[in-house]
Ligand binder design. Structure first.
Ligand code: GTR
Length: 321
């Protein structure tokens, strides 16, 4: 009798556990309607639909769960399920990512998309497994360009002496230094006030970030340097991923895969809208002497390409150009 009761209670508990929805927690540093944030929400809605509400994603935007570096560690230790970060934040710990962030590796977003969709992208996603993460997808991050509060930039010489914020990546620090500016690593969420208080003179990023973070309100000189197309990565905690059933793991992978074209559609619209918005906001856009920028950045690029593994990936990238 007692046994029967216990077994019945255990079964009811197991049924509840089976039916209990799994809510995955996701982090992003961008504003609520940024294409990457919208793509993760879209992914969560798809999972909810596909599983009748059993799997869902709660997206914490605007850096509510911390800086990118912190969210990477949280995901590695299983305290956070998903994080969307730029490869710049991964360059130091995951060396293969460096090849996608290097200066003047890509000439366009189309080329970057082709590469991350192919074998080079697959190998780099796989490499996140070396440190407790599952690489689910790459998202766009457009062309990173320099902007500042001081003056127009046409050549690397115009950057000389400026304090330029960089993401926490040795490669970006090296790049800005080789262009003659003073690199200042700062978390993304701190850039707006650092510009406002003149702690820094400028930074570099894509136009959608520049506009959505309101940095364009304080930095009125934008230069189309397009020096890096360093893409975004959508990562999952391996601990959480392996706790899911094989079917659910496949559903998560599939939702991530399908969120990429969705994200790209949003990206293309947001890119032209943000460019129009910064011009309306009084930002002066200059073309740069691209050959001069490429030449100044070449020693840094070559120093990374001295690593055979990066050189091999780089050749594959250029072959796809
Ligand atoms: C943006 C990227 C962010 C963040 C930021 C930065 O382009 O989407 O995830 O990495 O750059 O420069 O910190």
């Amino acid at each position: 009798m007692l046994l029967g009761f216990t077994a019945g209670a255990a079964l009811a508990g197991a049924r509840r556990a089976l039916a209990a929805p799994t809510l995955l927690t996701a982090a992003d540093v961008h504003v609520i309607d940024y294409p990457t944030v919208a793509a993760m929400r879209w992914m969560g809605e798809r999972l909810e639909r596909e599983t009748g509400g059993r799997l869902a994603i709660r997206v914490y935007h605007a850096g509510q769960l911390g800086r990118e570096g912190d969210t990477i560690d949280l995901a590695r230790f299983g305290a956070l399920d998903l994080t969307r970060v730029n490869l710049a934040a991964l360059n130091n710990a995951f060396p293969l990512t460096q090849v996608l962030s290097l200066p003047y590796v890509f000439d366009s977003t189309e080329q970057m998309r082709r590469v991350v969709d192919g074998p080079v992208g697959a190998q780099i996603l796989e490499s996140f497994g070396t440190r407790d993460l599952v690489g689910l997808a790459f998202y766009d991050s457009g062309a990173r360009c320099f902007y500042n509060t001081r003056h127009a930039i046409h050549t690397p010489a115009d950057l000389h002496g400026l304090k330029i914020r960089v993401p926490p990546s040795d490669m970006f620090i090296g790049l800005v230094r080789s262009l003659g500016a003073n690199p200042t690593p700062l978390a993304y969420g701190e850039v707006f006030s650092a510009l406002q208080t003149r702690l820094i003179d400028g930074a570099e990023n894509n136009c959608i970030s520049f506009q959505s973070s309101r940095q364009f309100e304080v930095a009125h000189h934008w230069a189309d340097s397009g020096h890096s197309y360093s893409p975004e990565a959508l990562l999952m905690s391996r601990r959480r991923f392996t706790s899911l059933s094989a079917d659910d793991r496949e559903l998560v992978r599939e939702a991530a895969r399908l969120s990429v074209p969705y994200m790209r559609g949003l990206w293309d619209q947001a890119e032209s809208a943000s460019r129009a918005a910064i011009i309306r906001g009084g930002v002066a856009i200059t073309a740069v002497d691209r050959a001069a920028f490429e030449a100044a950045a070449k020693p840094l690029r070559d120093s990374y390409l001295a690593k055979p593994e990066l050189a091999r990936l780089y050749r594959a990238i250029r072959a796809a150009a």
